[in-house]
Design a protein around this ligand. Structure first.
Ligand code: ADP
Ligand code: MG
Length: 240
């Protein structure tokens, strides 16, 4: 589904990503871990070209999206993204937040978009909040709405950048539960997280990034149970 070859990203003379190669299959749940500043967010943002790679190629469903002729807007619709900050529209209700893009971008009718939105609200357990405004919601609820909003575009892959890092601890579980449900339903996902228990349980593959490269990758059993690289061992000894 996604193929990354020789991906580099620099800001001026600062080299952030230093050659990333990766293939992601449909249905995989790839969890990216690593120390702060290692380039995890930059990598995720390159996948949907929120950041433009300095060098290298990214293919999505067989098409080169780094080709200057490629229409990235069409591809972005197929890649849902959820950030640490929820970025909901504050002056719109939950239902309007979820239906806005499907109506404007996908040209769905209001009734069709609302029917899909209500299904998604059931999935994230918040049907009773359809008329609420974001300010009335807890952080965990806002993040579940942000996930529903991304899903409303019927993406082929979901990218998550530390979706629980801004939440109070008691709200982390409800967001991770929604993500687990998505994983079980076969959604292809790339998730940057510090939630190691979740990574171990839900990840089909774990990538350890440090210094702008993938230092090591493997199944959760391999990576958490028997890390091979000293940098992975050092990182895990601090976070586990
Ligand atoms: P992570 O998500 O792993 O914490 P990031 O991808 O956010 O890491 O950042 C990696 C490095 O790139 C950091 O040193 C950060 O300061 C730098 N960086 C990120 N975005 C920019 C930018 N727009 N301009 C300059 N440096 C940046
Ligand atoms: Mg980050």
């Amino acid at each position: 589904m996604i193929s990354v070859k020789g991906l580099h990203k620099s800001y001026g003379s600062l080299n952030i990503l230093k050659g990333i190669d990766l293939e992601i299959e449909k249905g995989e749940v790839v969890v990216v871990i690593g120390p702060s500043g290692s380039g995890k967010s930059t990598f995720l943002r390159c996948l949907n070209l929120l950041e433009h790679p300095t060098k290298g190629e990214i293919k999505f469903e067989g098409e080169s999206i780094t080709d200057p002729k490629h229409n990235i807007n069409a591809t972005r619709q197929k890649m849902g993204m959820v950030f640490q900050q929820f970025n909901l529209f504050p002056h719109k209700t939950v239902l309007d937040n979820i239906t806005l893009a499907p109506i404007q971008v996908k040209k769905q009718s209001k009734s069709e978009a609302e029917a899909i939105a209500m299904d998604l609200l059931r999935t994230v357990g918040l049907e009773d909040k359809k008329d609420a405004y974001p300010a009335m919601l807890s952080g965990g609820q806002k993040q579940r709405i942000a996930i529903a909003r991304a899903l409303a575009m019927q993406p082929h892959v979901m990218l998550f950048d530390e979706p629980t890092s801004a939440l109070d601890p008691e709200m982390v579980g409800e967001v991770l539960d929604v993500m687990k449900k998505l994983a079980k339903e076969g959604m292809t996902m790339v998730i940057v997280t510090h939630e190691m228990g979740f990574a171990r349980e839900v990840g089909s593959r774990i990538l350890f990034m440090d210094g702008g490269v993938i230092v090591e990758q493997g199944t959760p059993e391999q990576l958490f149970g028997a890390p091979q690289h000293p940098r992975t061992q050092d990182f895990l000894s601090k976070v586990l």
